[in-house]
Each structure stands twice: as C-alpha cells, then as structure tokens.
Write a protein that binds this ligand. Structure first.
Ligand code: ATP
Ligand code: SF4
Ligand code: MG
Length: 338
C-alpha cells in the first residue's frame, strides 16, 4: 500500500493580483521505504507541495482540490491537533536552510529535547540515549550537543537538522533542497547520510531539488514538475530515456548526466506566470518542438513505458527530440512555428 498519495492535488495562493495556481492536479505516490525525487526549476511548486504535506502552508495558501492521503487518511481534512500528531512522528521535514530550523539562543541539545518533549513523555535517560543514537547516525560527535547553532558549520547544522527530523522515528522524511548553500563536498556528505538513513532504517524519502544529477544518483523514482504540474514521472528511465522535452532540457543542464565533452545547455526564457497560464502546453513557449496542437490543447500524462508517464503530445517522436535536444542550436532557435 502506498504510504503517501497525492491525488489530483491543487493548491492556490491568494495574491493582490489574483489566485496563483502553484500546484495543479498533481498525483504522485510514495511507497513504504521508497526514495522519490521531485525536481523542477525555481517556482514550479516543489516547496508548496512539501508544505501542504506537512500542513504548513502560509495563511494565503490553500488546497483547492484533491487529497493528500497518508496511509489512506486524507491529511487535508485533519484538525490542527490531529495534524500535529502526524507531523514529526509520522512525517518529518528537513528544511532548505538549516539555520532557519534552529533558534540561535538555545543549544542544539535543548532544541532537540524540546522537539521530543512536545510529542513524547520520555525520561531524561531515554532522551539522552535517543539523541546519542541520532548523532551517531548522522556522524556527529556527542561533545557538540552543548554548542549553539552559530558554532556549527553549515554542513554540521544540516546534519543536526537531519538528526532532529529523525528524532521521533518518522516513516517519511521530506527534504526540501537540503543541501542548498553548502559546498559540493559537504553536499555529497549530507546526501550520503540521507541515503544511508533511507537504506539502513528503511525510511521513505521525498527529496526536493532542482538538480537532476542529485536525483539520478540518489532516488528510486523521479517526478519532474513544470509550472505546477507533473510533466514526467517514473524510475531511472526518466533521465536515461526522457520523453518530455523539458526533462531532456533539464538533463542537458547538468554535467554529470551529459556525455563527456558535451556542451551544457540551459533552457532559454522563463516559465509562464501562475496568474495567467496558457491554454495549451505550459512548456510550449520554450519548447523547440512545439506545434499548433501544443498551443491549443494541454497534454495529459500518457504511459510511455513500465510505470513511466509523460505529458507531451509528441511522445512518439521522443527519440528524434532527444537527438536534437543535445545541440545548443536547437534550444537557441526557440519554439518551432509548425
Ligand atoms: N505565500 C505565497 N504567496 C503567493 N505566492 C507564493 C507564495 N509562496 C510561493 N508562491 C508562489 O508559488 C509558486 C511556487 O512556489 P514554491 O516555493 O512552491 O516553488 P519552488 O519550486 O519550491 O521554488 P524554489 O526552487 O525556488 O524553492 C511560485 O511562483 C511562488 O512565487
Ligand atoms: S506538448 Fe508540445 S510544447 Fe509541450 S513539451 Fe510536448 S512538444 Fe513541447
Ligand atoms: Mg522551494
């Protein structure tokens, strides 16, 4: 049974300029012990999904359609008290910047203790032993427990943040850009720790990132998001044999996924405004393969392989597109006029 199911989920933000459709009809599942990567450019709705799962959308944000089912229970219908029981104990968040997750005036130990005390009635000895166990898990020395957040390096803070997320033994960990701002070596170490937790403790993970290479290296399955929608979804085939031109473009942007010596390509132009979405395919304005049909009709997700789906009218031409998408000139030429 799926651990978490997003079922036709739509989320809007009220703004002075109107309703911004940040997430639009998203359906994805995470099975027990599975590692799913959610990838896409800045502003495509990744953190909005993470916040909705944790029940921490800002006051102007709301789920307007669909469900978020955790073990079959729709989280969007829970009271605040019920949701608080799910948060931390069942689903925990590793946020984007570790510094934001810690209060500068308390030691790391005090803050982890407080997280425990809010939810559990453990003795001092139980708390101490749990924290010691977690610090071992993330590779930190016990002596650092009495330190304040500012005495930690960015990487150390993020390790402590992961320890804090794991404190009540949740089944699902949502990591939203957990390595942003850290240098490459530290990024690798943090991602390695997260993967170890996934493998050794058999925890389900949702890793949110804009980096295809990170997802390729870490995740079992991958969901590619564009302007509030899932445009491609599946296992490793998604980056080995992409069917959506946006995924092809994303793969070309990362050195680890491109062939050696190949020029890296960035997709020109920006995604559409969420206040004024186009009628047809949301990627059409940037897609070198767009046709009239693409501009008229929004493509639905169609099956392109075993558990692999893509939302493009022209999936039958994917092999030709993949070839063409490897060249910078294809992207520079802009959308086709056919
Ligand atoms: N509180 C808010 N009010 C209005 N619009 C918002 C609010 N929060 C986010 N948005 C808009 O919703 C869209 C999705 O934002 P979100 O933070 O989910 O994107 P993201 O994919 O996480 O981006 P990033 O990679 O930059 O973190 C963006 O266009 C953003 O500007
Ligand atoms: S539907 Fe058309 S515009 Fe959209 S990704 Fe496919 S080819 Fe490009
Ligand atoms: Mg984000």
């Amino acid at each position: 049974m799926a651990l978490l199911e997003l079922d036709d989920l739509s989320i809007e933000y009220r703004t002075a300029a109107g309703a911004a459709r940040a997430v639009d009809g998203v359906s994805i599942t995470i099975d027990e012990g599975e590692y799913l990567g959610l990838v896409g450019e800045s502003g495509c709705g990744k953190s909005t999904i993470a916040k909705a799962i944790l029940g921490i959308l800002p006051p102007n944000g709301a789920v307007t359609k669909g469900q978020i089912r955790y073990r079959g229970r729709d989280l969007t219908r829970l009271s605040l008290a019920e949701l608080n029981r799910v948060r931390w104990r069942q689903i925990a968040l590793v946020p984007q910047s570790a510094m934001n997750g810690f209060d500068p005036v308390y030691t790391i130990e005090q803050q982890i203790n407080e997280a425990i005390e809010t939810h559990m009635k453990w003795s001092a000895a139980e708390k101490q032993s749990r924290i010691a166990e977690l610090f071992r898990l993330v590779g930190m020395e016990q002596s650092r427990l009495k330190d304040y957040p500012h005495q930690f390096s960015g990487g150390m803070r993020q390790r402590a943040m992961i320890a804090m997320a794991m404190v009540l033994d949740p089944n699902l960990v949502v990591a939203d850009e957990p390595t942003t701002g850290l240098d490459v070596i530290v990024q690798d170490q943090i991602l390695h720790r997260i993967k170890e937790i996934h493998i050794r403790l058999k925890k389900a993970m949702l890793l949110i990132t804009h980096d295809m290479a990170v997802v390729a290296e870490n995740c079992d399955r991958i969901a590619v998001m564009y302007a509030g929608r899932i445009v491609e979804y599946g296992a490793h085939d998604v980056f080995e044999r992409p069917f959506h031109p946006y995924t092809m473009g994303l793969c070309n942007a990362f050195p680890d996924l491109a062939d050696e010596g190949r020029e890296l390509i960035s997709i020109p132009k920006a995604p559409p405004s969420l206040l004024d979405l186009p009628t047809g395919c949301r990627f059409a304005e940037r897609c070198p393969f767009a046709t009239d049909l693409c501009r008229k009709l929004e493509p639905a997700l169609v099956s392109v392989g075993d558990g692999h789906v893509a939302a493009c009218h022209h999936v039958a031409r994917a092999a030709e597109f993949r070839d063409s998408a490897r060249h910078v000139r294809t992207w520079q030429a802009g959308p086709a006029t056919a």
